[in-house]
Design a protein around this ligand. Structure first.
Ligand code: ADP
Ligand code: MG
Length: 523
């Protein structure tokens, strides 16, 4: 049997860990880096590039270099959040046949699960090269706030990568698991995770042998990328003022600006002032134009203050759902590269009234937790019981477009709940069940997981038939729903359990395509 691995599939960077000599360790890639950029590109000669090699061509080949697609995975093309990504994207995002956003590079439109699959396959290979043996199984992490569709798509990505996904677990839960490894005693822990594209907050309780998530909240559309954009906009506006040139339509200039903005942002975590120097950013009237300016930490903080505040709102929501006040939390673990920003650390310190724990590496802790969990699953270790929650409420749409919640958010998973429904008309022989996930009282504002028709209900006055609909959320946070007509006792049950943005034929094809290109390790 091959080894199991844990993969933190990040918006910006991915990280893979293995279990060795009784402990989890992060595996460096062939360049010696412990994280790999979650980037994919196609070079001018048609060669496919992943990770650092893709990142290297991002500026010179911006239209064919793809990043941060985790912000698009499992979303609809028209999703306002997907549209926001589209607006800033140097690469082309098109509407796919399933209304999903796809990335077009040359002739081919890549689905988001395929791009994620390509990145996962790279991480698999990093582990295989290190271990010198094939890897078949993995635990993959996702933001706690991911919907069912986003989880299904991540599972599909794993398949495309040639991995059997043992479980999808939440990033903050993984972080707490890795953190808890070195701890004893009862503690309430807050995990504050601000990465490149997403923000997650979870409150967990650790007591002897049980790690229980009390509540989770977050925003799958808030992260370091948003700070970078604020800086880019600031730089573009500054340049427009001084040089009277608008850089917005220039893909290459924008990509260079984005790079410079991120670099300045990181510099400002340790310095008061950062320089932005972009020679030959464009030309005007045949004259080369240069962008050379400075940005201070204070300016940066002014530009992004509201984004940091926004994370604190989620923190309060999460505390309220956990039934705790900030002062009752014993430890705050900060995760994600963006938490290196002093302003973020100060905000967290102020909010919880304590300094965050510094003993874990914010880039590695999620992957370490993932492989710890994988190890627990394959070894069937019973020493630690992990209890997670569902981040979003689950329900169905009812008469008048309302959303009826059947499983509330922050319910411990796995969970099964059955409800009895009935007809609204006499002699109604079929009912349509629309399954939704989200927090809005309006059905249409929530994520549609699936719909099905239960037919063959014997003729009866309205309100008489008893239709039992059963809702199930498994340990990976994935949903399935079935319906049964109790009166006939017939096993007329239908399951909704694949809400990926890929059809099963598309998935099969992608798995086959990528398998064909696979190289096996010898021995
Ligand atoms: P993800 O989990 O989304 O892949 P990471 O945890 O790797 O993301 O965090 C990436 C984000 O952290 C990026 O936006 C990056 O610019 C930011 N970041 C990394 N290092 C620093 C730093 N020293 N100061 C500020 N931001 C940083
Ligand atoms: Mg992360």
């Amino acid at each position: 049997m091959g080894r199991v691995i844990g993969i933190d599939l990040g918006t910006t960077n991915s990280c893979v860990a293995v279990f060795e000599d009784g402990r989890p360790i992060v595996v460096p890639n062939s360049g010696g880096y412990k994280t790999t950029p979650s980037m994919f590109g196609v070079a001018d000669d048609g060669k496919r590039l992943v990770g650092h090699l893709a990142k290297r061509q991002a500026i010179t080949n911006a239209r064919h270099t793809v990043f941060a697609t985790k912000r698009l995975i499992g979303r609809r093309f028209d999703d306002t959040e997907a549209q926001r990504t589209l607006e800033f994207s140097p690469f082309e995002i098109v509407r796919g046949p399933n209304d999903d956003p796809r990335v077009r590079i040359g002739e081919k439109a890549f689905t988001c699960p395929e791009i994620a699959g390509i990145i996962l396959r790279r991480m698999k290979r990093v582990a295989e090269e290190y271990l010198g043996e094939p890897v078949e199984e993995a635990v993959i992490t996702v933001p706690a706030y991911f919907t069912d569709t986003q989880r299904q798509c991540t599972r599909d990505a794993g398949k495309i990568a040639g991995l059997e996904v043992l479980r999808i677990i939440n990033e903050p839960t993984a972080a707490a698991l890795a953190y808890g490894m070195t701890r004893h005693g009862d503690e309430k822990i807050a995990v504050y995770d601000l990465g490149g594209g997403t923000f997650d907050i979870s409150i967990l309780e650790m007591s002897s042998g049980v790690l229980e998530v009390l509540a989770t909240a977050g925003n799958t559309f808030l992260g370091g990328e948003d700070l970078d954009r604020r800086i880019v906009t600031h730089l573009v506006q500054g340049f427009e003022k001084t040089a009277k040139i608008d850089l917005k339509g220039d893909a290459m200039a924008l990509q260079r600006l984005k790079d410079a903005a991120e670099k300045a942002k990181c510099d400002l975590s340790v310095r008061e002032v950062a320089e932005v120097n972009l020679p030959f950013i464009t030309s005007s009237g045949g004259e080369p134009q240069h962008l050379n300016t400075e940005i201070s930490r204070e300016t940066l903080e002014d530009l992004v203050q509201d984004i940091v505040e926004e994370t604190l709102k989620s923190v309060d929501e999460c505390l309220a759902d956990a039934g705790l006040s900030a002062s009752e939390v014993n430890q705050v673990v900060i995760v994600g590269g963006q938490t290196r920003m002093p302003m973020v650390q100060e905000a967290v310190t102020r909010h919880f009234g304590r300094r965050p724990h510094k003993g874990v590496n914010p880039d590695e802790v999620v992957a370490l937790g993932a492989v710890l969990h994988a190890h627990m699953l394959v070894e069937e270790e019973k020493e630690l019981l992990l209890l997670d929650v569902t981040p979003l409420s689950l329900g169905i749409s009812t008469f008048g477009g309302h959303f009826a919640r059947l499983i509330e958010r922050n319910t411990t998973v796995p969970v099964t709940k059955a409800h009895i429904f009935t007809t609204t008309r006499d002699d109604q022989s079929a009912v349509k069940i629309r399954v939704l996930q989200g927090e809005s009282d309006l059905a249409e504002e929530n994520d549609l997981l699936g719909e099905f028709i239960l037919a063959g209900i014997p003729l009866a006055p309205k309100g008489e038939p008893e239709i039992e609909v059963s809702f199930d959320i498994d340990s990976s946070g994935m949903v399935s729903v079935s319906a049964r007509d109790l009166a006939t006792g017939s096993e007329q049950s239908i399951a909704v359990n694949s809400t990926s943005t890929l059809t099963s034929e598309e998935l099969e094809q992608l798995v086959a395509d990528h398998e064909a290109g696979e190289v096996r390790l010898k021995g």
